[in-house]
Design a protein around this ligand. Structure first.
Ligand code: FEO
Length: 384
């Protein structure tokens, strides 16, 4: 695949991994992107998951028409991008490895080898020339690991953005970008909004025409759209108006309350109501929705004098990613001593700028006239 005259795609699609990074379902696979920049010298950007090393090496070979790479630029050391470095170094023993100082420490830790005879260590503002193509390196710590660098190509105005602007989904999959990019971002990088903001500020000073991420499609038009979404996500603003109802239900009674609330929210003109049963949905999708919408309702049962386990896990996912800036409501169920709301409020103390609704719904086992009335009031309050 040609990206510009001199820049070619040499990455691979993965449709065999069940859980990406050990936890995220990827029903449409994922790509490990790699790029060859062909000039007087040749640079390859990042390797791929080791299970695809042979396919990647043959992509490089087929693309270079008998030439060999002079540089392997390693922007990120997570194994989905780094685990074929050694096999590359064996095949191309004269190629230099260009990366941050922290990456070489990680190479020693991962592979027992930091390629001392091939190292070119780069940091913020350092450059590398291939001839016509002049690269400038940008440090991007915690987007998504501490060693990460990004690279700007001044010739073709390309930002090689490492994990940033990546998404789940193999490249031959036709699907909406934002849906799987948001699930990827919130799940994997969501905690590091401050660091993403700092990279976005650096990017703002560059004239970028193309973004080449390490996962998902190359972005070459309407870049404002993608940059704007990254700004919203990394500054913990809500992207869409709407209510997420995240719930657990043991015998279906809390679920009935959730269904009634959804119906009343829509009757009151709420723009969008998303509902996630935390025991059955993809947890990453529920977490994504929580960050996306401006209002959230937590509905759960009291369980072992605490809250139902899936809700505890859900709230942990939110608070560890700096969940903030939302209107929040609670529905609790308990057959003899409801205390779920109290427990959830304690868990959410870590979050900033949450506004709690006045109407809190308390259910003793099943809905009754009083709790139904409270749900109507809550629906009105959430739609105001
Ligand atoms: Fe795609 Fe953080 O690795």
């Amino acid at each position: 695949m040609q990206i510009t005259n001199d820049v070619k795609y040499v990455g691979v699609n993965d449709r065999i991994t069940d859980l990406f990074e050990g936890q995220y379902i990827i029903p449409n696979g994922i790509s490990y992107n790699s790029y060859a920049v062909i000039d007087e010298k040749i640079a390859v950007f990042d390797s791929v998951d080791a299970r695809f090393a042979n396919e990647w090496l043959s992509n490089i070979e087929n693309t270079l028409n008998g030439r060999s790479p002079d540089y392997l630029i390693v922007q990120h050391m997570e194994p989905d991008h780094s685990s074929s470095i050694s096999i590359f170094a064996e095949k191309y023993p004269d190629a230099k490895i260009v990366s941050s100082a922290k990456s070489f420490v990680m190479m020693k830790n991962f592979f027992g080898n930091d390629f001392a005879d091939k190292q070119i260590v780069v940091g913020e503002g350092d450059g590398l020339s291939l001839g016509k193509h002049e690269f400038k390196f940008i440090t991007a710590p915690m987007v998504h690991w501490p060693e990460v660098i990004m690279t700007y190509d001044t010739a073709d105005k390309i930002l090689f953005s490492a994990d940033a602007f990546g998404k789940f989904g193999a490249l031959d999959e036709q699907e909406d970008w934002a849906c799987e990019a948001r699930r990827y971002y919130i799940g994997i990088v969501g905690k590091y909004g401050v660091q993403v903001q700092s990279v976005l500020k650096k990017a703002a000073s560059l004239d970028i025409k193309i973004i080449c991420p390490l996962h998902g499609p190359v972005l070459n038009e309407n870049l404002e759209y993608y940059l704007n979404l990254y700004n919203i996500w990394s500054s913990y603003q809500s992207e869409s108006k709407g209510v997420l109802i995240a719930y657990t239900s043991v015998y279906g009674n809390t679920k009935k309350a959730v269904e009634l609330l959804k119906e009343k929210l829509l009757e009151n003109g709420c723009e969008k109501v998303a509902v996630n049963d935390l025991a059955r949905c993809d947890m990453a999708e529920a977490v994504e929705d929580a960050f996306r919408y401006d209002r959230i309702v937590f509905a759960t049962t009291t369980y072992n004098a605490d809250i139902f386990p899936f809700m505890r896990t859900f709230i942990d996912h939110l608070t560890e990613r700096n969940f903030s800036n939302k209107r929040v409501a609670f529905i609790e169920n308990g057959s003899w001593a409801p205390m779920a709301t109290k427990v959830m409020k304690v868990m959410l103390e870590k979050s900033k700028n949450l506004t709690y609704c006045e109407n809190e719904v308390k259910i003793f086992s099943a809905l009754n006239d009083e709790s139904k009335e409270k749900i109507l009031l809550l629906a009105k309050e959430l739609c105001n």
